[in-house]
Design a protein around this ligand. Structure first.
Ligand SMILES: [Zn+2]
Length: 398
């Protein structure tokens, strides 16, 4: 009975719903399609099918689509829509089967072949078969209709594989056709290569990649941290400390990442945090800044610096629960002596190790460690310290 309806109309609806388009768009499609339908074709099934799609009732929509596909095995678009819906439902094996069958059809028009190739690539990507997905998308990067989406998928694949050279190549191609989603990604790729080269003891190659990162973005914070590490390795602790200091001042949210490196640098200079030479703008009377510094010291496990311990009461007071606990024990956090402060910091560090310490400002995923790229949404530079004690478990490995 569904075969009575124009297939293009149904496909527009099916694909729109499967692609998660807004209901408004579907209604606009409906409006256009309605004009091509004769009123006697408007059956109750038609409205029922439309309702399934608009209400995201995938099971019922699938039933309708299967009926259409069985009634009309020749129409490739119907099969493509069916494969798309299978993938959306997580039935990737079925989606692959449908799309592979389409590609094996003799005399398949080029545009439909490309559509099936792209859909198959997305199936493989969803199934985690990255090598196969890569082959599909590589074949499409010269096809204007699929170029941008294929390059974005290739970028995703290379990031997952840690193939930074290929990622750079895909990013540059993508930049020539469209704006990449993450503007700092290219600088991160060069930083990844710099760190890789450093691990392998290839210092000049590491420097070369680091310089490329800075060419992409001047004063790139991650690049500066790598640079500070290079300075330390080369015995130039003064330059390392200066670089760290600048990063902490400009990017205070990176404090927990930078602080351990900064402390390594000043210790190499036989200094402590409250030395005049090591003065930070952060070392102030401002209670919020002192609390942030104490928090960074706890989560990065560097609280044995006397100055950082002195900041701990500010952190304890800013958290209602911790403040109450301390007050119940000693009346005033300021009356804790250095041994007690060290003991509190040690206990807090143990608690923090089991809790979320960073949160993605883009997708909200929580992690126990810092990542430059969010493990949830794959955005770059979106993880920020939670900056207060939250006793909920980490949602991702960290
Ligand atoms: Zn995220």
């Amino acid at each position: 009975m569904f075969s009575e309806f124009p297939v293009d109309f149904w496909l527009a609806l099916m694909l729109a719903a499967a692609a998660g388009w807004a209901a408004g768009h579907v209604w606009r499609s409906l409006g256009r399609a309605k004009s091509t339908l004769r009123s006697e074709r408007m059956s109750p099934q038609y409205f029922a099918g439309l309702n399934h799609l608009l209400n995201e009732q995938q099971d019922k929509a699938l039933e309708v689509l299967r009926g259409l596909a069985e009634a009309d095995t020749e129409t490739v678009e119907t099969q493509l829509a069916l494969g798309h819906l299978y993938r959306r439902r997580g039935e990737v094996d079925r989606a692959i089967h449908v799309h592979e069958a389409i590609m094996q059809r003799p005399e398949l028009p080029a545009l439909l072949h490309q559509q099936a190739q792209f859909a198959l690539g997305e199936d493989y990507l969803k199934a985690g078969l990255l090598d196969r997905a890569e082959v599909c998308f590589q074949k499409l990067i010269d096809q204007p209709a699929h170029r941008t989406a294929s390059l974005r998928n290739l970028l995703n694949i290379y990031e997952q594989q840690g193939d930074w050279l290929q990622a750079i190549n895909a990013y540059q191609q993508l930049s020539s056709f469209s704006s990449p989603e993450h503007p700092t990604a290219l600088a991160h790729y060069y930083c990844e290569l710099a760190e890789q080269a450093q691990r392998e003891g290839m210092f000049s190659q590491a420097m070369e990649n680091l310089n490329r990162a800075f060419e992409v973005q001047r004063n790139f914070p991650r690049g500066n941290l790598i640079n500070a590490d290079f300075y330390l390795a080369a015995g130039d602790a003064r330059s390392a400390a200066a670089v760290c200091k600048r990063v902490m001042e400009i990017h205070p949210h990176l404090l927990p990442i930078v602080l351990p490196l900064f402390i390594r640098a000043i210790r190499a200079l036989n200094m402590s945090l409250d030395n005049a030479d090591a003065q930070l703008s952060l070392l102030s009377a401002d209670s919020k800044q002192r609390a942030a510094l104490a928090y960074a010291a706890i989560v990065s496990n560097v609280f044995d610096e006397p100055y950082l311990l002195q900041c701990l009461p500010d952190f304890l007071r800013q958290d209602a629960t911790l403040g109450e606990m301390v007050q119940a024990l000693v009346a005033d956090a300021n009356s804790l002596n250095s041994v007690q402060l060290h003991s509190v910091a040690t206990s807090l560090a143990k608690v923090f190790r089991r809790t979320q310490r960073y949160r993605c400002i883009s997708c909200g995923v929580n992690t126990g460690s810092h990542f430059w790229q969010c493990p949830g949404c794959h955005s770059w530079d979106t993880l920020a310290p939670v900056s207060r004690l939250e006793l909920s478990p980490v949602s991702r490995r960290g």
